[in-house]
Design a protein around this ligand. Structure first.
Ligand SMILES: *Cc1c(COP(=O)(O)O)cnc(C)c1O
Length: 369
C-alpha cells in the first residue's frame, strides 16, 4: 500500500522505556526499578493535585470546558499576559505540532541545534519540510546566525534549556540573536525546563510576556509534565501574539485535553510550594551527580534542568552502560541515537540516586573487565 510519501522520511518517536518492559524482559522486581529516563518529577504529583483529580472524577460524563477558561486565566495571571495570548495543548508536544503546521509546508525550512528535542524534526518531516541543523551538539548562536543568513528559515527552534543535553543560553544572548531574525520567521522558545533554569541562574530566565512584546514573531512553550509533575495528564501551553495563537486554533481538535488534565493543571499552578520544593531538591541532588562524575573521571554537561548528561568520551560506550543499567533495573536514556556517547539521567530522589551510584559503580567495574 502506498502512503503519504513525506512519511518515508519520518522516524517513530522512541519514548523512554517503561517500567513494565524491564519487569517483563529482565525479571527485575517492579519495586526495585528506578525510572530516570523521561525527566519526570521523581517526587510524584502534589497531594493537593491528586485530591483535586479525585474530586473531578465525578464529572467524567460531560465534555471538558473547551474554552479552557479557568486554566487560561490562571496562566495569564502567572505570566502577566492576556488569555487570548494562550493556547493549551495535549502536552507542549501538541503545541509543537500546531506551530509547525501553522507555519510550514513542503517548501519550508526549519533550523535547530544538532542535538535537541527529537519532536521538532519529527513534526517537521511530517509536513515534508527541510531540516537544517547547526554543527555543534549544544546550542551555538553564531552557528545559528551563519546558517540563518545562508539558508533562511521559516521556523527556528531554541530549546532553553536544551533536552537532551541540559545546557542553556543566556537570555541576553538570545535577545541579541532575535534582533537579527526576520519578522516573518517564527522563533519557538521551548521552555519545558525553564522553571529549573530560572531557579539556578536568573541570567537564563526567559519571561514569556517580555519575549513576545519585544519579539512578536516569537512563541513561548511551557509544560506541566516536568517541574509540575503531571506528565500523565498531558498539559502544555503556548504563549504568543494573538495573530499566531488564533492561527494555531484552526488546527486544534475540540476537547484536546481532558477535564482531569484541566483540574490538575489549575491546582498544580496554585500549589507553588510543592513545585519550588521539588526544584530546590533537584539541584541539591544534581550536585551529587557532578561529584560522582568527577570522582569517576568522566565529564558532564552543566545542566539547568532536572536531568544530567554524563559523557563517557573514550572511556565507555554509552549504549553498553545504559543496557547494563537496564538489566539491573535502572532506566536511563542512552544518547547514541543522537550521535553522542553519553547517557542522560533524570535526577531522582535522594534514595534513588544513591542506588544509581551503587549500580553504576558495579556496571563500570564490569565493563572494565
Ligand atoms: C518534555 C518536553 C516537552 C513536552 O512535553 P509534554 O509532555 O508534551 O508537554 C517539550 N519540549 C521538551 C524539550 C521536553 O523535554
Amino acid at each position: 500500500m502506498k502512503f503519504n510519501k513525506v512519511l518515508d522520511n519520518c522516524k517513530i518517536y522512541e519514548a523512554g522505556k517503561p517500567i513494565e518492559l524491564v519487569v517483563r524482559e529482565y525479571g527485575v522486581d517492579e519495586n526495585d526499578i528506578i525510572k530516570l529516563a523521561s525527566n519526570e518529577n521523581p517526587y510524584g504529583t502534589s497531594p493537593l493535585v491528586i485530591k483535586k483529580i479525585q474530586e473531578s472524577a465525578q464529572n467524567m460524563f460531560v465534555y471538558p470546558d473547551d474554552s479552557m477558561y479557568e486554566l487560561k486565566e490562571a496562566l495569564a495571571n502567572k505570566f502577566a499576559v492576556q488569555s487570548d495570548n494562550i493556547i493549551i495543548g495535549a502536552g507542549s508536544d501538541q503545541i509543537l505540532d500546531f506551530v509547525i503546521k501553522a507555519k510550514c509546508d513542503e517548501n519550508s525550512k526549519i533550523l535547530m541545534s544538532k542535538t535537541t528535542f527529537a519532536m521538532y524534526e519529527i513534526y517537521g518531516r511530517q509536513t515534508g519540510c527541510q531540516i537544517l541543523k547547526t554543527e555543534d551538539n549544544e546550542h551555538n548562536l553564531s552557528q545559528f546566525e551563519t546558517m540563518y543568513k545562508e539558508h533562511g528559515a521559516d521556523i527556528i527552534f531554541l530549546c532553553l534549556p536544551n533536552n537532551p543535553l541540559g545546557e542553556c543560553l543566556d537570555k541576553n544572548d538570545v535577545y541579541e540573536f532575535l534582533k537579527k531574525v526576520d519578522k516573518d520567521t517564527l522563533v519557538v522558545v521551548d521552555g519545558a525546563y525553564q522553571e529549573y533554569a530560572t531557579f539556578k541562574d536568573s541570567k537564563k530566565a526567559i519571561n514569556p510576556a517580555d519575549l513576545i512584546e519585544h519579539f512578536p514573531n516569537a512563541i513561548y512553550l511551557g509544560t506541566f509534565s516536568k517541574a509540575y509533575a503531571l506528565g500523565g495528564m498531558r498539559t502544555g501551553y503556548g504563549i504568543g501574539q494573538t495573530n499566531i495563537i488564533k492561527t494555531m486554533y484552526k488546527l486544534r481538535p475540540p476537547f484536546n485535553i481532558t477535564t482531569l488534565s484541566l483540574a490538575a493543571s489549575i491546582e498544580a499552578l496554585r500549589d507553588e510550594t510543592f513545585v519550588n520544593n521539588c526544584i530546590k531538591l533537584n539541584f541539591v541532588e544534581m550536585k551529587r551527580y557532578e561529584e560522582y562524575a568527577k570522582s569517576k573521571g568522566f565529564s558532564y554537561i552543566e545542566s539547568y534542568t532536572n536531568f544530567i548528561t554524563l559523557k563517557f568520551d573514550n572511556k565507555y560506550i554509552s549504549s553498553d552502560v545504559a543496557q547494563n543499567l537496564l538489566q539491573r533495573g535502572v532506566i536511563v536514556r542512552d544518547l547514541t541515537g543522537y550521535g553522542v556517547n553519553a547517557i542522560r539521567v533524570t535526577i531522582g530522589t535522594n534514595a534513588q540516586n544513591t542506588k544509581v551510584f551503587k549500580v553504576l559503580d558495579e556496571v563500570l567495574e564490569d565493563l572494565e573487565k
